[in-house]
Design a binder for this molecule. Structure first.
Ligand SMILES: Nc1ncnc2c1ncn2[C@@H]1O[C@H](COP(=O)(O)OP(=O)(O)OP(=O)(O)O)[C@@H](O)[C@H]1O
Length: 513
């Protein structure tokens, strides 16, 4: 079997096994090329090579960055599984959007073409939205409605554009209050934000060429503004005129332009930018003249292939009272959502933020904070700042007790009153699939002892129960046994990432209840 046959068979199997596979992924996968590293070529898979033990390394070449990220996140595991079955060997698959030299290609296939640029890779604009199955749906390009002609031909707006000299463009750059901390480098990518990040990067690398507009949406404090600014920084670096505005600012400028009869200047300003970044667009809904003006600004920029990036707390369809013609434009390019980050991503974000602040903080405390704040990264950062402030104020070492005190005294921890010891013990027993009775009893098997110690540790952390009370719950054990258990878990958590993850997952589960 050569790689072409393997890939064809893999695709057929994938489509059979995943009937909900979305149209965009399907198109990317059909365009993809499966390659192997020469010394473990797939043609040799029947030969008893070393590769039999090491497995086969495949590379899947896909058309662009976004395809790479989506296929890696959503499909790589399944493809690997199928390849494993087909080849009868362990398989490692990497997905790339670059042409990799030295890989064996498929003899019967046409020669591999240069990877497509973002512009070329997307011959038609399409809309990708998540459907109810959590996969992506694609809709065909919308045709350009006639209102699009506004201000592009007869109105003379292009003349005003030419009048808009370099000095004024420089002014725009100067007055862009882009937060220097909000860069791509400082953005942690996890499954929750991978698509939004990849799309933002694509847009920053080739403004106006790939996804236009790019519409990012997600809950409060999940990094939408951060990505907008990151795109902005990149644009500024390459000398483009970038304008970042909140929809509120846009509205105020329109009101003033109407009041002081300066609408021509307003229009010239907005239509001379190369990248327009608009935050919190949901607030323009229902504001008639703002919507009207934004509509025309959008059309002018889009026609000139200038990049527009829009953020909102909800998808266009959910912005009630937004004019239909605006909604359809927002759905024109790419819609990417940002979901709340998982525990690992929250921990990674905290670690990076702490490092940036040169704040030495043990993993255990990182896990503790990340377990507490689950849906808002701004709040997560707030906790870190509070902890620093608390520690400095009390001039104390950073310990778990200090972290707990900082959280509770600053009103960020009201869970103690909700969680009781029995509930925690029950959650731990369930997590480890053992009975509560066994965990609280006398058994000394390892698979019971460790969960018991974890339960003691969590109860100590999450409730006001004394060592004596905890001992009573666990079959009348001595307070020193409880203390020993708590200290042991506290120590081990710092050196054992698996245990740390388990404890954090239980805590997260408890806080969710
Ligand atoms: N993935 C991430 N990596 C690093 N920091 C992040 C990430 N996501 C968000 N942040 C940080 O979280 C804070 C809040 O992010 P941001 O202001 O971008 O959120 P938002 O989605 O625009 O929120 P809002 O809807 O309230 O405007 C910022 O300090 C940002 O740097």
């Amino acid at each position: 079997m050569n790689t072409a046959t393997i890939w064809r068979t893999t695709l057929e199997r994938l489509e059979l096994e995943h009937t909900q596979i979305d149209a965009v992924s399907k198109a990317w996968l059909q365009d993809a090329h499966l390659l192997t590293i020469p010394h473990v070529a797939a043609d040799d898979i029947d030969a008893p090579l070393d590769a039999q033990e090491q497995g086969v390394y495949f590379t899947l070449q896909v058309p662009n960055h976004l395809a790479r990220d989506v296929i890696t996140t959503r499909w790589r595991r399944s493809i690997e599984e199928i390849l494993k079955e087909l080849t009868g060997q362990a398989v490692t698959l990497s997905v790339t959007d670059e042409r990799t030299e030295g890989l064996s290609s498929v003899p019967e296939q046409p020669p591999f073409e240069e990877p497509l640029s973002h512009a070329a890779s997307q011959s038609t604009d399409f809309i990708i939205t998540k459907n109810n199955y959590g996969s992506y749906d694609m809709a065909p390009e919308t045709t350009m409605p006639s209102e699009f002609q506004y201000m592009t031909g007869n109105s003379g707006s292009n003349d005003s554009l030419e009048d808009w000299d370099n000095e004024q463009r420089a002014n725009i750059l100067m007055h862009n209050r882009l937060n220097p901390r909000y860069t791509f480098d400082a953005f942690i990518v996890g499954n929750s934000n991978r698509l939004a990040h990849a799309a933002s990067l694509a847009v920053a690398e080739a403004p106006g060429e790939s996804y236009n507009p790019l519409f990012l949406y997600g809950g409060v404090g999940l990094g939408k503004t951060h990505l907008l600014h990151a795109i902005g920084h990149q644009g500024v670096l390459t000398g483009l005129a970038v304008l970042y505005v909140s929809s509120e600012q846009f509205t105020n400028e329109i009101i003033n332009a109407i009041r002081y009869r300066t609408t021509e200047e307003f229009r010239a300003k907005y239509r001379s930018v190369d990248i327009l970044l608009v935050d919190d667009i949901q607030f323009i809904a229902g504001k008639e003249s703002t919507e009207e003006e934004f509509f025309h600004t959008f059309n002018s920029l889009h026609e000139m292939s200038k990049q527009i990036v829009i953020c909102s707390d909800r998808p266009p369809k959910a912005i009630v009272s937004l004019e239909e013609r605006l909604r359809s434009r927002f759905e024109w390019g790419l819609i990417a959502d940002i979901q709340p980050p998982d525990l690992e991503t929250r921990m990674a974000i905290l670690r990076v933020k702490a490092d940036l602040l040169h704040y030495a903080i043990p993993d255990e405390i990182i896990a503790y904070i990340a377990g507490r704040v689950q849906t808002n990264i701004r709040e997560l950062e707030g906790c870190l700042n509070r902890l620093m402030a608390y520690q400095q104020l009390h001039r104390t070492d950073l310990t778990m007790d200090v972290a707990r005190a900082a959280m509770s005294s600053l009103g960020n921890d009201n869970r103690e009153s909700r969680l009781d010891s029995r509930q925690i013990a029950q959650a731990v027993a369930e997590y480890y699939h053992i009975s509560l009775a066994a965990m609280c009893g006398k058994q000394r098997d390892k698979h019971i002892v460790v969960p018991r110690q974890i339960a003691m540790y969590l109860i100590r952390q999450e409730t006001q129960a004394s060592l004596f009370e905890i001992g009573q719950l666990f079959g009348g054990r001595d307070h020193s046994t409880v203390l020993h258990a708590c200290e042991k878990i506290e120590r081990t958590i710092n050196t054992n990432p698996t245990l740390r993850r388990e404890v954090s997952s239980i805590r997260e589960q408890l806080l969710r209840e």
